[in-house]
Design a protein around this ligand. Structure first.
Ligand SMILES: O=C(O)CCC(=O)C(=O)O
Ligand SMILES: [Fe+2]
Length: 289
């Protein structure tokens, strides 16, 4: 689906800043129609936020109905926080169904190879900006020449509210508006080598805009640290429903998935009662480019 370009917002902002309402009669067509949807011109100050007819603040808890009341939080290091059990079973099955809906098809999930031609034992697909392990964000198109679908609204909302919750526990975690989401499904023997997430814009990295990682399905042993030195890495289990956030001083940590832990999580039984997810682990990593 086409997203409105930021130049569209800039031109609208230009019209507003250089015109009074009485001169809007000169503005015809689409722009005028779009402008009528705004009750207040200050609503469109943020270039990164796409226009949506659905007002996130007026939906009684769309994302909130996905939140687990038993959430607990663990600060792992400055800028890095784990929201355990953040997404409830309804939310987890919602996420699976959303990824199934958009990820299945000729341009959906695929198993990429690394530069040596080895398969990575994970299937991936993107929402928002296209990303792949070989070209990063440089190729905006998927295999069939299409752009990825926009990030589904409920995932954007979930991400934003998770950051707000994290900010209530720790200082210096910047806000972000996700415009890219990598969806990965790891097989039960899947893993992901140590790496930094550094393909985003210089501005995003400099500001430490957080990475938000949502886990569903089989648990994973996730390792992280300041260097590639395996002796200095720490481990944390990412279980189904957990949301891991790393930004600020932790934005450029080395991290990876050491192994998948089939059978570790009791909640996968609850998920299986609702949706027949295949064995393995689903991970959604949301960022602002
Ligand atoms: O699966 C995960 O928990 C991490 C994913 C990740 O680091 C990435 O896709 O860059
Ligand atoms: Fe990563």
């Amino acid at each position: 689906m086409m997203k409105p370009s930021s130049s569209f917002y800039r031109s609208i902002k230009h019209i507003i800043s250089s015109s009074s309402f009485s001169s809007f009669g000169d503005v015809r067509g689409c722009s005028l129609v779009m402008l009528r949807h705004y009750t207040n011109v200050t609503d469109i100050q943020d270039d990164t936020e796409p226009f949506s007819l659905i007002d996130p603040n007026r939906i009684p808890g769309l994302g909130d109905t996905w939140r687990d009341e038993n959430m607990s939080c663990e600060i792992l290091r400055p800028g890095m926080i784990l929201l355990k059990n953040y997404v409830n079973i309804l939310g987890q099955t919602g996420i699976i169904n959303t990824c199934q809906k958009w990820g299945v098809g000729p341009a959906g999930f695929y198993e990429p190879k690394n530069q040596y031609g080895h398969e990575l034992r994970r299937h991936i697909t993107s929402f928002g900006k296209n990303w792949d392990p070989l070209t990063g964000y440089n190729n905006p198109y998927r295999s069939d020449g299409s752009e990825p679908p926009a990030i589904p609204y409920e995932l954007v909302h979930l991400t934003k509210t998770a950051i707000e919750v994290a900010q209530s526990y720790m200082d210096e975690l910047p806000s972000m508006y996700p415009d890219t989401c990598l969806v990965s499904h790891y097989s039960t023997c899947g893993r992901l080598g140590l790496h930094q997430d550094s393909d985003e814009s210089v501005d995003s990295l400099k500001k430490g805009l957080p990475v938000v990682s949502i886990s569903v399905g089989d648990a994973a042993e996730f390792w992280y640290g300041d260097t590639r030195d395996e002796n200095k890495l720490r481990n944390v289990i990412l279980d189904t429903g957990d949301v891991l956030i790393f930004g600020g001083k932790s934005r450029l940590i080395f991290h990876g998935v050491k192994r998948i832990l089939p059978g570790y999580s009791v909640n996968t039984i609850e998920i299986a009662k609702v949706v027949m997810i295949r064995p393995g682990r689903l991970n959604l990593t949301l960022k602002q480019f």
